[in-house]
Design a protein around this ligand. Structure first.
Ligand code: PAF
Length: 283
């Protein structure tokens, strides 16, 4: 497996693969890989001749006071895990390679980015959309792979690819969870053993919401309140948002119908975690 740190080097790697008529799958990550990333890599391995993983802690998607500096990084460990999942090349550029002095161009997806995480992390999706657009231009993959734990991100990237005519299929895969339900996240590393236990409230809250809907509840406010109560029943938890929204438009619902996104973001201690679940309502 190759580890390439410059845009010129990854372009050469891609060109060589293209000359041999090979298809290319891209798995964009910020590193500190876990099973969720590896599931994306394995799916890419199944569907493409060549698999490229990008590992880049993208500064433009972090707001002031967020965890850019302390975001976990371990390229050596990531290399071993990526190789085991069948990755052919890692693209691991430095910040100056992606954003050289004088950098001034950003991609903004409107509407979809103004709710949920977009409302509480202003500028976050502008950074995501910008770096993903750059990665699509640099690698020019046939397919790109994203996890549904970041459901809003996946919706935003699908829209971005459609609106900007990137010739790439966006493939999403379900959230990978620990045996007890905690969604895998590189940020779980920040949790103390107690916080790790309290963090289970997020998955419980989603299940509480889903169970209420399945039992016939159609008032979104009632479902939101029940989910919030579940989270707040644990010590040192704070809610950022609890949402019952349309799964396509991401708009908040009053009355529950169709494909519904249950989504939440909460702090457990000092760590902000997100999770979500889709519920289909047939009536
Ligand atoms: O989901 C992530 O890890 C990041 O937001 C992404 C898509 C790699 C862009 O930096």
């Amino acid at each position: 497996m190759e580890v390439l740190t410059t845009i010129a080097a990854i372009r050469n790697f891609v060109m060589a693969a293209r000359r041999q008529g090979k298809s290319i799958g891209l798995v964009p990550t910020m590193g500190y890989l876990h099973e969720g990333h590896l599931a994306l890599a394995r799916k890419a391995r199944e569907q493409n001749d060549v698999v490229i993983m990008s590992i880049f802690v993208n500064p433009t998607q972090f707001g002031p006071g967020e965890d850019l500096e302390c975001y976990p990084r371990d390229l050596e460990r990531d290399q071993k895990l990526a190789a085991g999942a069948g990755v052919d090349a890692i693209f691991a550029p430095g910040a100056e390679e992606m954003y050289p002095p004088g950098y001034a161009t950003y991609v903004q997806v409107e509407g979809l980015t103004e709710v949920l995480c977009g409302a509480s992390r202003p500028g976050h999706f502008r950074g995501v959309a910008t770096v993903v657009s750059k990665l699509f231009n640099i690698v020019q993959p046939d397919r790109a792979y994203f996890g549904l734990k970041d459901y809003q991100q996946a919706v935003v990237i699908k829209r971005l690819a459609r609106d900007l005519n990137f010739p790439v299929d966006i493939i999403t895969i379900p959230t990978v969870r620990e045996a007890d339900g905690l969604a895998l996240s590189s940020r779980n590393k920040y949790l103390s053993p107690d916080e790790r236990r309290w963090a289970l409230a997020l998955y419980r809250a989603l299940n509480t919401g889903a169970a209420l809907i399945r039992s016939g509840e159609r008032r979104a406010a009632v479902v939101r309140d029940a989910m919030a109560q579940e989270i707040l029943s644990r010590p040192r938890t704070r809610i950022d948002y609890v949402a019952v929204n349309d799964a396509e438009t991401l708009e908040p619902l009053d009355e529950i119908r169709g494909r519904v996104l249950l989504a939440l973001a909460a702090w457990v201690g000092e760590t902000r975690l997100i999770d979500n679940m889709i519920v289909e309502v047939k009536d």
